[in-house]
Design a protein around this ligand. Structure first.
Ligand code: LAN
Length: 728
């Protein structure tokens, strides 16, 4: 196909499909804040050469050399590390695509559109390319996540994105998507969040949107339903959403949005009774149907409270309080915000409240790009502003486990990684911690960056473990003092629930029946924090390692915490020996953590019936080729769902699980490691396989660096236990 040059080396083929020149993209990493840049001039290109990491992430040829073929697990691990080491970024961290969810680009693109924020041409092109690449070939739609079946949420929202970015209504791919959308009943059958964005765009009336009353924020703190008790991701989305809802703010209609009104619905827009579609929802979108309680509350709000009762003074009070909380969130995160949904929504709130050229809106415009990522398929939106701390911590741990930390060859890389963790530890509480309902954070680590600034129980634990492991090795500097390690422990000790388990960002604050108010439809278990075996195990591990080094620091508190935490892990085990995983897919992920927790208190195959049962659960599921493979359906359904292909990452998880458990027979492990080694490329790389992670039971998310970190760890553990024997 003939290609012609346009501005900025963007090319278009004969059918008008555009593509940027991938040799012009660069990833910038400043203190862990990652942004992609499309360089346009020759001077820029010369001054800022493309790195190996850039090339790798963009799917370009890296030119990394072939390595001597690995025969033993440690050789394979070293080859993997050799490849992975080239992807380390200057501040010391690793980056990656963190895609999967298909409802995030709409948040950003719709926000840009209604706040009239210019979007660079190269971005528009690559966002469209990504969405086309991810369009389900079968029916032309999009699902909740990249591997999911088409839904109204995915299809309507991504359809809108494509059109806002300039796709023609007559493009065959758009026609196909529209056809599917109509077959599903049109955009009125989308979930709450889709309806919200349609109302913001002015495409639908606010009547279509179930209530998001800011008044809720005025409930006294003791009320069990008060929003401060909700899971942080829900309340921080509810917060700006309630402001926009209260204002009934809409973007003025224009030709494009008027046209979308005709395209997205199955009947002429003038004839649609939006109010009657408040609860319309397609089965594919209805993962968590609304409860009768929520339906009744919504009914009362729509029919009684809003039209007759809602006093103006209360509305003002609620909006003011919400605005204050939005400002605190913006301030505390330097406008990065907790996540990719509340970030765009806070932007919109600032725009409504303070105007297009305000400082707050300008800052938001600068930080939103931290969520975007470019890969071979185009530009997508990450689930967080990165996976910096998390992946870096695991890489350090894997290297120490495999004995690589003593090797001079890897020392500079690991030192850099340690420096990164040092820089990313949170050193201060947020201002107004109590009033803004924030968990303590001094000494903690988050998942991505210090700037984002949210404590996560297991991120703090994994980072602290990595620091302790490395600083324990002669030759590494004590970058993080004993004091600072103790601060991390102080935070962790605030995070245990009455059950003994640990949740993610905060101890659980609300009752389980809050789930009856789950209005999102597309997600399960989102309203409060729950106990997670994964998070609990990480904390147990950090506490154990810490007591080995500082036996006198808060020792009785730690011992009590650990005992109750491990007891919680025991009670979470299912009758078949397994544990359900909430953040990785699924039983293979949680089982690895649970067996680590049990091993940390000396409970192993030799002395524990439950550990033997857990091992058997895995052995029963080992595949012909020695690997394990589980599909994301496990997370949705709560039962182990066999993947047709074994997966490198899950196989590594199970190997780690069996090694933690002290499983006495090396044969299944050898078979598994052989499979992993067999999949390794000549340059040490492993290729991406099925998606690894999950949240809220229904949405999958990629952890592409796991194929390096967990394989290296598994090989290292095996070699330590059974020797670095030749397997291939
Ligand atoms: C994450 C990513 C990391 C993850 C682990 C650390 C792995 C976990 O052990 C604890 C929970 C945590 C921090 C987590 C929580 C929910 C997140 C932030 C995500 C899965 C990444 C994306 C997701 C977020 C909620 C996406 C936005 C969607 C909404 C429904 C608001």
């Amino acid at each position: 196909v003939a290609e012609k040059h346009t501005n900025g080396h963007i090319t278009a083929n004969a059918v008008g499909e555009q593509k940027t020149d991938y040799s012009q993209w660069r990833l910038k990493d400043e203190d862990g804040c990652q942004t992609w840049h499309y360089l346009e001039t020759d001077e820029e290109l010369k001054a800022w050469p493309q790195s190996t990491a850039d090339k790798y992430h963009l799917g370009l040829e890296t030119g990394l050399p072939k390595l001597p073929a690995a025969k033993t697990p440690l050789e394979s691990a070293a080859n993997g590390l050799s490849f992975f080491s080239h992807l380390q970024l200057p501040p010391g961290n690793w980056a990656c695509e963190y895609g999967g969810p298909m409802f995030l680009l709409p948040c950003a693109v719709i926000t840009w559109y209604v706040t009239e924020t210019p979007v660079p041409e190269a971005w528009k092109i690559e966002i469209k390319n990504y969405l086309y690449a991810r369009q389900n070939p079968k029916d032309g739609g999009w699902g909740l996540h990249i591997e999911g079946e088409s839904s109204v949420f995915g299809t309507s929202m991504n359809y809108v994105v494509l059109r806002l970015l300039g796709a023609s209504a007559e493009d065959p791919r758009i026609i196909k998507a529209r056809g599917l959308l109509h077959k599903m009943g049109g955009a009125v059958y989308g979930p709450h969040w889709a309806k919200f964005w349609l109302a913001v765009l002015g495409i639908a009336g606010w009547d279509l949107v179930n209530p998001v009353p800011p008044e809720f924020w005025l409930l006294p703190d003791w009320v069990p339903l008060a929003p401060w008790r909700w899971w942080i991701h829900m309340r921080m989305v509810f917060l700006p959403m309630s402001y926009v809802y209260s204002k009934r703010w809409q973007y003025p209609l224009n030709d494009l949005t008027r046209s979308l009104q005709q395209e997205l619905f199955t009947e002429p827009v003038e004839q649609i009774n939006f109010l009657s579609h408040r609860n319309s929802i397609h089965v594919k979108d209805n993962y968590h149907p609304k409860s009768w309680l929520l339906n009744s509350v919504n009914w009362a709000l729509v029919n009684v409270w809003n039209p007759y009762l809602r006093p103006n003074f209360l509305v003002k009070k609620a909006e003011d309080w919400v605005w204050w909380l939005v400002q605190e969130e913006d301030h505390n995160t330097e406008y990065t915000n907790l996540g990719p949904v509340n970030g765009p929504m806070n932007t919109l709130v600032c725009y409504i409240k303070e105007g297009p050229d305000s400082y707050s809106v300008q800052e938001h415009r600068k930080t939103l790009p931290e969520f975007l990522w470019v890969k071979g398929e185009g530009m997508l939106m990450n689930g967080t502003n990165g996976v910096q701390v998390w992946d870096t911590a695991f890489l350090i741990q894997a290297c120490v486990t495999a004995g690589f930390a003593q090797d001079q060859k890897w020392k500079p890389m690991l030192l850099k990684a340690l420096e990164f963790l040092e820089a990313q530890q949170m050193r201060e509480e947020v201002r107004e911690q109590k009033r803004s309902y924030r968990q303590s954070r001094k000494g903690a680590w988050g998942f991505s960056t210090k700037k984002q600034g949210y404590t996560v129980s297991d991120c703090t634990s994994e980072a602290l473990k990595a620091v302790m492991m490395l600083q324990n090795i002669p030759g590494y500097p004590q970058l993080i003092s004993a004091d600072r390690q103790q601060q991390a422990i102080d935070v962790l000790l605030t995070m245990q629930n009455a059950s003994g388990g640990c949740a993610s960002y905060e101890p659980t604050r609300g009752p389980v029946y809050l789930e009856w108010l789950n209005a999102a439809e597309v997600f399960g278990r989102i309203m409060i924090e729950y106990d997670y075996p994964e998070c609990t195990t990480a904390v147990v591990g950090a506490l154990s390692m810490f007591t080995d080094r500082f036996p006198d620091y808060r020792s009785s508190h730690i011992a009590d915490f650990k005992a109750r935490a491990v007891e919680y892990i025991r009670t979470e085990q299912r009758a078949d020996g397994s544990w359900y995983g909430s953040w990785g897919i699924c039983f293979t992920y949680a089982g690895m953590f649970a067996l680590e927790a049990l091993a940390s208190v000396g409970e192993t195959y030799e002395n524990s019936e439950r550990v033997r049962l857990a091992c058997q659960f895995f052995l029963d599921r080992q595949m012909e080729d020695g690997g394990w493979g589980e599909t994301y359906k496990s997370c949705e359904s709560g039962t182990y769902c066999q993947h047709e292909q074994s997966q490198v990452v899950q196989t590594a998880w199970v190997c780690i699980a069996l090694l933690e458990a002290g499983y006495p027979d090396p044969e299944p492990l050898k078979k598994a490691l052989k499979m992993i080694m067999g999949r390794q490329c000549a340059n040490g790389e492993w290729k991406q396989e099925a998606i690894e992670g999950v949240f809220n039971k229904s949405c999958m998310i990629s952890y592409p660096n796991y194929k390096f970190t967990f394989t290296i760890k598994a090989m290292g553990m095996f070699a330590k236990k059974w020797g670095n024997i030749e397997l291939l």
